[in-house]
Design a protein around this ligand. Structure first.
Ligand code: ADP
Length: 441
């Protein structure tokens, strides 16, 4: 029914109204009581409209599916037809949505993962079957109850307080011994959250096997490599001049392999959570001055190395790991910066945090490589890295050491201008002065 038809019907109705008033006036002219007759005509119209309104009210509030009332041939008929069509469409839409929801729920029960929908107070709105096995949440009778009352695992409850989509929690299941769970949480809609629990036992086992394998292989290679490099050193002193370049190449490659094995062992140790005493007081002034000496020795005077150190800024952590991480950044700067280049080491306070930054005016690193530099064996140029004695594991170790020290590595680099690698330490690790009575680590 279009707008023109409605307008036409309206005009017809107004015409009918005018005619009936005219008829009342005409009759009144002959029999008198014109006013009463016009009033009675208007009252009849009004009564008819009121009766349609009552019908409409009854019909729309009726829960049962009654046939729509008749509206005659006028505007009311249009209104009833339009409402009836709207009601039918909405019923069909509801049915369609209910079917989709049913299918989604059926699909989610087939998922091995546990899924729990939570409201803004972490009360359960819905959960799938997997959540029953993994977390002990049963949608049928736990709806509306706080999640914390059901999972009864403080590690999960505490983590949920600050968790966002970036974070995940891996822990041993308290419901099924020997199983490992990984939890993730995703905020959605206004204040709701989706908690997803996955059984990662198999994944964790494979990961542990991989770590053990790398650690064992590296360990097994260490002794033979030490023996080989001992022989090669002796050979280098003894062999004929013609053989010197060959022996030198063997020595170079053996040393490279030794560095890789050492770096792999360091990574394995860090991955195994063997960090040494993380509460040691580390005197950063002496740590950095020893690193500067090593950097200068490696540079052999080919770079200008500048240092700025806040003497009253120190850290709590593992001195040897921090030494390894800082030294790595400095040796990278020396190795990748052209002779005559400038390298600057700064140890400073940034608010309540502490920052160790190493800047150089070397070749810089293109944007697409920057996010991948801390991956194992990732190099911008493999040849360049090998030539300069790199293993491709240095920044992976740095990232690991920093993570264990509540710190992060920030890389800022512009190709053709240089790079800055900054280690930013959280306030909880920072010491404002060196205690007189404690021993230097
Ligand atoms: P590598 O042993 O190869 O140096 P790293 O993990 O220490 O391994 O570094 C990864 C890669 O990052 C290097 O191969 C190099 O391409 C790049 N890189 C690191 N430091 C710098 C720097 N100061 N300037 C330019 N490139 C760098």
């Amino acid at each position: 029914m279009n707008q023109t038809e409605i307008t036409r019907t309206l005009w017809i109705y107004l015409g009918q109204l005018a005619l009936s008033i005219l008829a009342a006036v005409a009759i009144g002219y002959f029999v008198g009581f014109t006013g009463w007759l016009v009033a009675a005509t208007l009252a009849a119209h009004l009564a008819w409209h009121l009766s349609r309104l009552v019908m409409l009210n009854q019909w729309t509030h009726d829960q049962k599916r009654r046939p729509r009332p008749s509206g005659g041939k006028g505007l009311w008929e249009y209104a009833f037809t339009a409402i009836a069509r709207g009601r039918k469409e909405s019923r069909e839409r509801k049915k369609r949505l209910a079917r989709i929801v049913r299918e989604l729920r059926n699909a989610s029960t087939a998922l091995p993962d546990g899924i729990v929908v939570l409201d803004e107070k972490d009360h359960i709105i819905w959960a799938n079957q997997g959540a029953g096995h993994l977390l002990g949440v049963q949608a049928s009778h736990d709806r509306g109850r706080p999640l914390a009352n059901l999972v009864r695992d403080l590690r999960i409850v505490n983590w949920m307080k600050t968790a966002d989509e970036e974070s995940s929690l891996t822990l041993d299941s308290i419901r099924q011994s020997g199983r490992k769970l990984r939890l993730r949480v995703f905020p959605y809609a206004a204040d709701q959250r989706l908690l997803i629990a996955r059984d990662v036992t198999e994944m964790a086992r494979v990961d542990a096997m991989r770590k053990d394998f790398v650690a064992n292989v590296s360990h097994e290679l260490r002794t033979p490599l030490t023996v080989i490099s001992g022989y090669v050193e002796t050979m280098a002193e003894e062999v004929d001049k013609d053989w010197t370049p060959i022996v030198e190449r063997v020595e170079l490659q053996t040393n490279r392999m030794r560095s890789i094995v050492e770096d792999l062992l360091t990574l394995s140790r860090l991955e195994a959570g063997d960090y040494g005493d993380m509460e040691n007081l580390v005197n950063c002034q002496s740590l950095i001055s020893s690193i500067v000496m090593e950097g200068r020795a490696l540079s052999g005077g080919e770079h200008e190395i500048l240092v700025q150190v806040d003497e009253n800024l120190h850290l709590r952590g593992s001195a040897s790991d921090l030494h390894g991480a800082f030294l790595n950044l400095v040796t990278n700067a020396v190795r990748y910066t052209q002779a005559g280049g400038r390298i600057e080491l700064i140890w400073f306070r940034d608010g309540d945090r502490a920052v160790f930054s190493v800047s150089d005016n070397g070749p810089g690193i293109a944007k697409q490589h920057q996010t991948r530099l801390t991956e194992r064996f990732y190099r911008v140029s493999t040849d360049r890295s090998r030539e300069s004695g790199g293993t491709g594991l240095g920044l992976a170790i740095v990232k690991h050491v920093l993570a264990t020290h509540d710190a992060e590595l920030v890389i800022d680099s512009t190709p053709g201008e240089g790079s800055t690698f900054s280690c930013i330490f959280d306030a909880s690790r920072v010491l404002d002065h060196w205690p007189e009575t404690r021993e230097v680590s």
